[in-house]
Write a protein that binds this ligand. Structure first.
Ligand SMILES: Nc1ncnc2c1ncn2[C@@H]1O[C@H](COP(=O)(O)OP(=O)(O)OP(=O)(O)O)[C@@H](O)[C@H]1O
Length: 615
């Protein structure tokens, strides 16, 4: 068998089989009688892996810079220890209580940290770790203060005392179950939502996500495994002391996360294994642990971009390419793809004004976009086109004027609520999150269509599976529409600009919006790509969608638009049909900048003379 065939055989095996094999090996390990030190090493590694996985979830996937996992670990350990001393020795009850305690700490500290924005969460979580000794001292009577919490009775399960082997099996089982849950979350739309949010809150809200809720759910969910780890730790030595929750542990967890690859599920186990093994090897490692952790951070973060998991992914991608398993190139935009009827909405902006400080960007601008029509918004650079789109989407608050959708005023400035009303958009610079496939990028546009819970995602309920199937189906339809079905499994961020622009159109369209805002969707495309885009826009329009097209490509505008609104210095200079606009001398002077440009409606695709590159 050649190397290529070996690789193809390995890749044909479902990816969950590899971690499952490791899980089974750890479960049968006691039968090999490995000795106390090995089982203890495995237990400590898995406890650390649980903490690190929480960090991967909140920091790596959801992008929340916070290192409070150690405080949640402490909350879990003390909760389990205290209730055990009080007589509740059942490990299941302790795990539940510890997970809940950690979740509460995550929510209570996450709300102010995230509400205040910027670096607040990082600072809050930093102080949280500093607060642990004080809180332990305040409740000294229960926690044992500086002396530690001793006298914890051995754990039981449904009335039976756990032997050391039983306890080892409990640690392995809890870790396997959590990692299965973690993997299911990451592979679900919630995991994709975290990555969308990490790429850009603006993008997240444009597909209807509440940025605050998604951030909080990422941060708080990451607390749960730390709490479970705490409960297991309390039962390991039946003693809990402050030493286990210091900064060196927080830094060790961070080092393990970065070394294993923070944007990965199983990288947490790998990173934890390296850190735990190194810590157990010598006393000098313990003494200079911060220096070593710093080294691990450098190796994982700088030398190996994305840690060991990142290196492994690159390696796999290379072997896939060599074996011909990578996606094919783009196909022709699918003329045959049936596009559903879209209920377009009537978008009416009246007398809209907006100033940034002393800079009056829009003055008394009105625009009416109707279903089944393309309304183009054109004008020189800086005339306020994108600002108007941003006011429609709720990114900015208008100073004056009214914007209505089907007669209902859009009063809220919450972008995700406006997106849920049926307003979708693309961006001047495509916003495509790294690390997710083309299909998942499109499916992320359906985040608010048919809600699914975390529990549904973890347990893979029939409802969750049905919604996931529909997400994939609709995403594939959109990909066929824009001609990207052959690259559906490719990492989206690696696509060239033209394909990323098409991808944004597919993502915006997948939730069947009433109004589609296209912000310079043809910018940077070659002639063939512009033609493909024009075909797609016509089909969306014919399906009934309301389209507002901000575009510098005057030829494209003339060939596509049913109505054109020309902005100049923040005011409407002219509006009318393409031929009205093409023949309007004011437009030719102001916008085209050449009275002899002689642009006719049937002109080929050309850039206006006044076009300057936007930064
Ligand atoms: N958040 C902001 N803060 C301050 N000024 C802003 C902001 N957003 C836009 N502007 C200003 O508003 C004016 C209009 O910008 P806008 O991006 O809306 O123009 P545009 O017509 O879309 O230009 P282009 O064709 O280059 O994209 C510019 O002078 C810009 O500097």
């Amino acid at each position: 068998m050649t190397t290529v065939n070996w690789w193809k055989t390995l890749r044909a095996v479902p990816s969950w089989v590899y971690p499952a094999t490791l899980g089974v090996f750890l479960l049968v390990l006691p039968a090999l009688q490995p000795g106390y030190s090995v089982t203890r090493q495995v237990e400590l590694t898995l406890i650390l892996a649980l903490i690190v996985s929480g960090l991967n979830l909140s920091l790596g996937y959801a992008g929340q810079l916070a290192i409070g996992q150690v405080a949640m670990y402490a909350a879990g350990a003390y909760t389990a220890g205290i209730i055990a001393v009080a007589g509740v020795t059942d490990i299941l009850v302790q795990l539940l209580a510890a997970g809940l305690a950690a979740l509460v700490v995550g929510i209570v500290t996450g709300i102010p940290g995230l509400r205040l924005g910027s670096w607040s969460l990082a600072m809050t979580s930093f102080f949280l770790v500093l607060l642990v000794p004080d809180i332990v001292s305040i409740f000294e009577e229960h926690t044992g203060g500086q002396l530690g919490l001793s006298g914890i009775p051995g754990a039981t399960l449904l009335g039976f005392e756990l032997t050391p082997t039983h306890f080892y099996l409990t640690v392995v089982t809890v870790t396997i179950l959590w990692f299965a849950a973690f993997r299911n979350i990451i592979a679900s739309r919630h995991g994709i939502a975290f990555q969308v949010l990490k790429q850009s809150p603006v993008l997240a809200s444009s597909v209807g996500m509440s940025v605050f809720r998604v951030k909080l759910s990422g941060y708080a969910t990451g607390a749960i495994p730390a709490g479970l780890a705490g409960a297991l730790f309390a039962n390991l030595d039946l003693f809990v002391s402050l030493e286990a929750f210091g900064f060196h542990v927080a830094t060790g967890a961070l080092a393990a996360s970065i070394l294993g690859g923070s944007v990965s599920v199983y990288g947490a186990v790998l990173g934890a294994a390296v850190v735990e093994y190194a810590s157990s090897q010598s006393d000098s490692f313990q003494e200079y642990s911060l220096v070593f952790f710093g080294l691990f951070l450098l190796i994982g973060g700088v030398l190996m971009s994305g840690g060991v998991a990142g290196v492994a992914r690159t390696f796999v991608a290379r072997l896939d390419r060599a074996a011909g398993l990578a996606g094919r190139g783009p196909s022709k935009a699918g003329d045959g793809e049936a596009i559903h009827r879209i209920e377009g909405g009537l978008l009416d902006a009246t007398g809209v004004s907006k100033a940034f400080g002393g800079n009056q960007v829009l003055t008394d601008v009105s625009l009416r976009a109707e279903p089944g029509r393309v309304t183009a918004l054109i004008g020189p650079n800086g005339s306020g086109k994108t600002t108007l789109l941003n006011l429609v989407c709720g990114y900015y608050r208008r100073d004056a004027g009214e914007i209505t959708l089907d007669g209902t005023p859009i009063r809220t400035a919450a972008t995700h609520r406006i997106a849920r009303l049926g307003v979708a958009r693309t961006f001047q610079t495509p916003l495509i999150p790294p690390g997710i496939t083309v299909r998942d990028v499109v499916a992320s546009g359906r985040y608010t269509v048919e809600g699914t819970s975390f529990a549904g995602a973890i347990l893979r309920t029939p409802r969750f599976r049905a919604i996931q199937r529909r997400d994939r189906q609709r995403a594939d339809e959109m990909l066929r529409l824009v001609g990207l079905e052959d690259v559906a499994d490719t990492e989206a961020a690696t696509l060239p600009l033209g394909m990323r622009r098409m991808l944004e159109v597919a993502r915006a369209l997948v939730a069947e919006p009433k109004v589609l805002l296209l912000d310079e969707a043809a910018s940077g495309l070659d002639e063939g790509e512009v033609e493909t885009l024009a075909g797609v826009i016509r089909r969306i329009r014919d399906a009934g969608c309301t389209i507002i097209l901000v575009e510098h490509n005057f030829g494209l505008v003339l060939s596509l638009a049913d109505e054109i609104v020309v902005l100049a210095r923040g005011s409407v200079l002219a509006s009318g049909t393409p031929s009205d606009i093409a023949n309007d001398p004011r437009v030719r002077d102001e916008y085209l900048g050449a009275s002899d440009a002689d642009v006719r409606p049937d002109d080929s695709v050309t850039e206006p003379a006044a076009r300057q590159e936007t930064p």
